[in-house]
Design a protein around this ligand. Structure first.
Ligand code: 1GP
Length: 246
């Protein structure tokens, strides 16, 4: 089964899915495998692998191999550029940073990486990637014209544009480690406007904010930093997973 079909099934069954984000630059492959093992036991639905800086080459490959040794959950690449592709992943968020001012993040990296994705047999999941204030490192690296937090209509317009271009997923990103996650009002507005599969991440550190995002309409919740910062990984992810079930 494709990762996209699998996630659709989880969302239909549970109301929302939780993805655990592992940044290969933030820890060794053995740290990554420890997180992946805990995420599996906690009921997370898939493992996302990527980061804004340094998530490429051997580090990326070795991280994915370590993850694959301990879990059967799908692995999904979350690349910052064409260098964020690995043959060891199952799928890739094939995304365009729609509010970037840099054509490289809109389409050039995608053009450079597309044949590699095809040759490696990785499943591409087409995604409109939209960065909201404060935006963090992803916003800076991606040269994003950040969506103001009080302007949900701009996020709606980008999401609709992505949908009309054939992107089935929209990702509202506040930036890894953001002080505040994407506002629920913005999530609600994007979902109401007809977004098919809505992913929300960045700054979700508590079960309460994960639940608020899911209740506002997020289909998929992504957490990374909260897991990096805790010594009780399985318990932390279990809380996220339970909080977003409808
Ligand atoms: C970053 O949205 C993801 O791209 C996850 O953010 O690290 O803040 O959980 P956090």
């Amino acid at each position: 089964m494709s990762t996209e079909q699998y996630l659709d099934d989880v969302i239909k069954r549970d109301g929302a899915a939780h993805l655990t984000l592992i940044d290969p630059d933030a820890g060794s492959p053995s740290v990554a495998s420890g997180i992946a093992e805990a995420a599996t036991k906690a009921g997370s639905s898939a493992i996302m692998v990527g980061g804004s800086v340094g998530a490429s080459g051997d580090v990326l490959d070795e991280t994915l191999r370590a993850i694959k040794e301990v879990t059967d959950l799908p692995t999904i690449l979350f690349p910052a550029s064409a260098s964020g592709i690995s043959r060891y992943a199952d799928s890739i968020f094939f995304m365009s940073l729609l509010n970037s001012r840099d054509v490289g993040y809109l389409i050039t990296n995608q053009m450079i990486g597309a044949k590699t994705v095809l040759d490696y047999g990785i499943e591409p999941i087409p995604m409109a990637y939209i960065i909201v204030e404060p935006g963090g490192t992803a916003g800076w690296v991606g040269d994003a014209k950040l969506i103001p937090r009080e302007k949900p209509e701009l996020a709606v317009a980008y999401s609709l544009a992505g949908k009309f271009l054939g992107m089935r997923y929209t990702y509202l990103e506040a930036g890894s480690g953001a002080s505040d996650p994407v506002p629920p009002e913005m999530i609600r507005a994007v979902k109401r406007a007809g977004c098919e599969t809505l992913v929300v991440g960045g700054g979700i550190r508590s079960a309460k904010s994960a639940r608020a995002a899911a209740e506002a309409g997020a289909d998929i919740i992504v957490t990374g930093t909260a897991v990096e910062e805790t010594s009780e990984i399985q318990r932390t992810i279990t809380e996220f997973v339970n909080a977003i079930k409808k």
